[in-house]
Each structure stands twice: as C-alpha cells, then as structure tokens.
Design a protein around this ligand. Structure first.
Ligand SMILES: C[S@@+](CC[C@H](N)C(=O)[O-])C[C@H]1O[C@@H](n2cnc3c(N)ncnc32)[C@H](O)[C@@H]1O
Length: 243
C-alpha cells in the first residue's frame, strides 16, 4: 500500500470522467489507468471475497467460472486447492484488468486458468455445464444484472453453485429474515457509488433467493478506505441451481 498508488486510484474513482458509448468502453475508460494498482486498494474496499471462497470450499475436479473476475485477484483465495480444479474461467469485459489476470495465471503456471474477454450476460463455456459460478462485486457493475444471473444459471449443472459477494441496500420492506436498512443508508450508497457506475441494489438479493435454493447468506457492513465514519452494506450469498 502506498499513498501515491491510493491517490491514483482515488483520482480515477472520484474525479476522472468515465467516457465511452458502450458498457465495455466505459469499463475500459474507468479501469485502464488503474489496472496495475487495482488489487491493493480493492483488497481494503471489497470485503468478504475470501470468506465467500472459503465458504464454497474445496471443489476438486470442478469447472469454476468467475464472472467479472477482473484482475483474477480471487484466484489467490483458492490457495493450493486451485490445482485440484479442472478448469477456471475468469470472464470480464475490461481487457486491461484481464491482462493482469492472465499474467497472474502465467506467473503461477496455472495452465488450467483461462481469461475470457466477454460479457457476463451472454458468454457460455464451450464445454457445456459447469459446477460453480461466482460474482464478486461485479453484479453491481452489470446493467443487466438479472440477465447475468440467468446466464449463470443456464451454464450451471443442476445442483451447481452460485456464489455472490457485493454491495447492496435493503428494500424499504424486506422479507422478515433479511436485514432492514434505514432511509439514509438506502439513499446514500446508491448515490455515492453511481459516480463509478456501481449500482448497489435492493433487488439483487431477492432475485437470487427467488431463482436459487439458498444455502448460505450473510449480511454485513464494511469499512471504506479514507471514510472512517461510515460502513457500507454488503452481502455474501451461496445458492444452488434448482433442479
Ligand atoms: C468491482 S470489479 C470486481 C472485480 C473482481 N471480481 C474483484 O473482486 O476484484 C467489477 C468487474 O466487473 C466487470 N464487469 C462489469 N460488467 C461486466 C459484464 N457485463 N461482463 C463481464 N464483466 C463485467 C468489470 O470490468 C470489473 O472487472
């Protein structure tokens, strides 16, 4: 962690305008100047990723797709177990982040890790059905997030696992077993994140619960670098594809 690298990231997150006509162009405009410094800052901002990976646990022989996988930082959470997986796809629309993921895989000689520049709402693996699909802080950046969930379920085997960790806000009137956020939380975070085209939603979690058989859900709050007084809500979710 260095102050210069943080300042660069904060400039990209808070000040530099995001340009581009398509979603892919806007992502590249946002990420191209911060790809190399991305991991260090996001380690502090994007909480709960390692916990989700631990909860999903060892999956020997599995094919695992990390949707919106960016720099492939999540690959580190597998530890030595990564070698037991049959295949790992890191799918992302931002070429500059995927370049970091590709060199990470090459450096570690993970020859079964493939980076794919593609849209998470449409891409399907050529070999057919897969065992696990994860989204870590990517659903909030995918405009058609419902299509991304549908696409993930379409590629999963019956009983296959979907894991999500992301920012969110609650509905005004959530289901009884879910946390309820007050008005200020529900209003502030969507406005705060919208500057970076990140859209914490009250609807992702209900849709996941509707489409999948819920295995595990944890609703939490995380510190935000340089904002000591606030905590942003995030959730971790594991569901199975209904047969
Ligand atoms: C906040 S980053 C998270 C990256 C990574 N999952 C992590 O935890 O570090 C969100 C990622 O979603 C990707 N993304 C956004 N929309 C996408 C789409 N439609 N298809 C594929 N990737 C997408 C972005 O390019 C970016 O890499």
């Amino acid at each position: 962690m260095s102050l210069m690298s943080d300042l660069k990231i904060l400039y990209h997150m808070a000040l530099r305008p995001i340009r581009g006509k398509s979603h892919a162009e806007r992502l590249e405009s946002f990420y191209s100047g911060q790809a190399e410094a991305y991991d260090d800052f996001r380690k502090r901002l994007l909480q709960g990723r390692e916990g989700l990976w631990q909860k999903i646990g060892s999956q020997p022989g599995a094919t695992w797709v990390d949707m919106g996988g960016g720099t492939g930082a999540n690959l580190e959470f597998f530890g030595p177990e990564i070698l037991k997986l049959k295949k790992v796809y890191v799918v992302d629309l931002a070429g500059s982040l995927l370049k970091v993921a590709k060199s990470r895989a090459e450096k570690n000689q993970w020859s079964h890790v493939e980076t794919v520049e593609a849209d998470a709402t449409k891409w399907q693996p050529s070999e057919g059905q897969v065992d696990v699909v994860t989204f870590s802080y990517s659903l909030t950046m995918i405009p058609d997030w419902f299509a991304a969930i549908d696409n993930a379920l379409a590629m999963l085997k019956p009983g296959g696992m979907i894991g999500v960790v992301d920012f969110y806000v609650s509905r005004k009137h959530p289901d009884d077993e879910l946390k309820k956020h007050r008005w200020s939380t529900r209003s502030f975070w969507p406005i705060w994140f919208a500057n970076d085209n990140v859209f914490p939603s009250s609807e992702h979690l209900p849709y996941l619960r509707y489409r999948c058989q819920t295995q595990w859900l944890s609703e939490n709050r995380a510190k935000v670098p340089y904002l000591p007084l606030v905590r942003t809500p995030y959730y971790q979710y594991i569901g199975l594809k209904k047969s």
